[in-house]
Write a protein that binds this ligand. Sequence first.
Ligand SMILES: Cc1ncc(COP(=O)(O)O)c(C=O)c1O
Length: 508
Amino acid sequence: MDKTDKNPDQSSEDQRQEEEPFLKAMEDYIASKPTPFDVPGHKMGRMTTDLADMVGKDVFVADFNAPIGLDNLYHANGVIKEAEDLAAEAFHADKALFSVNGTTGGILTIINSLLRAKEKIILPRNVHKSVINALIMSGAFPVFVEPDIDEETGIANGVPTANYVKAMDENPDAKAVFVINPTYFGIVSDLKTICEEAHKRDMIVMCDEAHGAHFHFSDKMPCAAMDAGADIATLSVHKTAGSLTQTSLILAKTERIDFSRVLRVFGMLSSTSPNHILIASLDAARKFLYFKGKEYIDHSVELADYARSEINKLPGLFTLDSSYCDRPGRFKEDPSKLVINTSGLGISGFEVLREIRKRYNIQLELAEISEVLAIFGLGTLKEDADKLIEAFKGLSKEFYGKKKAYKIPHFHYEYPPIIVRPREAFNAPSKIVPINDAVGEISAESIMIYPPGIPIAIPGEVITKDALELIDFYQDHGGVLLSDSPDGYIKVIDQSKWYRGSEMEYEY
Ligand SMILES: Cc1ncc(COP(=O)(O)O)c(C=O)c1O
């Protein structure tokens, strides 16, 4: 059922969706004025710190740790279970779990629960670092598919369906297909068709829907994972759908997956003391989305469209719109994301991000070399859109025509070959070498440029000359290199102590 279908039982569903079982249980507990001899030690705000001056004492009053009647997040059978069931209904899933460990925790949970060591997963290379960490932890074997790479900007988009199908045909033993729905910049692959192709081959479909938590609630958005037929997805409700930071959902259709394993791993990877305010924020956001989501999402799209058309009039600037999605791998875009190409100003996107904050006190979401990203959300106001337009008018006046347009080389970057599984490389004997001497070595760690945090090399990949050039290029333009080694160094497999197959002695 997709978002335009009407449920014949709508009125009783509406009545159910009015409820906020967890939020209500918290309110009742506070109203009962218990005498707390449990943790936390501030005892419902009897003692407070300077934090209370900033956020108010009520935050402490509402901060408690699983008293009787508030259920248990990892063995939910009371008010949390009721709230999760309402979320499942609202998002058209069979099951929902509340994560207070973000979509990072959601991704670690779904990959570790549904893949065993050495099982294959087909996935794009431009995944978030949590996916690489999940490969290390699970021991799963990645089969990478090439995303569409914008040659003008170097930004990775969705994956052409044909690339997924080819990988499925070449790896009929693969257990899972992993899809990003959407990328950070809001571009999606043709998820429905990918799900159909995967299911024909008995493979399950997992989605990183970190940036698509609002998709299900408006037909102006690309198709949500559960509506497209995905088996499991994890969504950062905190990013685009109104809950507090750190809160996400795991949603599942249970026909093809063993949900009891998902539940077990979910509990293994999280604190046993989840913050109740965070859980309540998910319960309340679900009700908001159900009743008001469409109105607020559509309004944010109207404001983004307005800003798009005004900023397009300014010298040195242009914005991406639906015409960008004209090829496989750019199936559709999220119109509430405003991607502004700033190369015509003669300064990098990283500088634009800094200047607009310094001069206009506007915080953008993300910069790339020639782009910045402004996210229009449920809470964006018309006056905010006006301020953004005014700020870009100012930047255009200040910078346009002063320097040459920021020209970046065309990207033909190919991701390096993977030689060993990420877990094997992570656990293998290793040494630290200067990064400039590392060509031809096998990486034992992830190295990435932040932002946006997409790994340039992951454990198990050969380090290529191209990768080093890419790192230099990003660093010269304001990107920061992140790795576990000291600056200028990288951890690689020590091949004097390791040979292919040696892991069999200790590794599963
Ligand atoms: C594509 C993608 N996946 C996953 C995540 C992790 O989400 P969270 O911050 O909710 O842990 C992010 C975070 O920015 C992301 O961009």
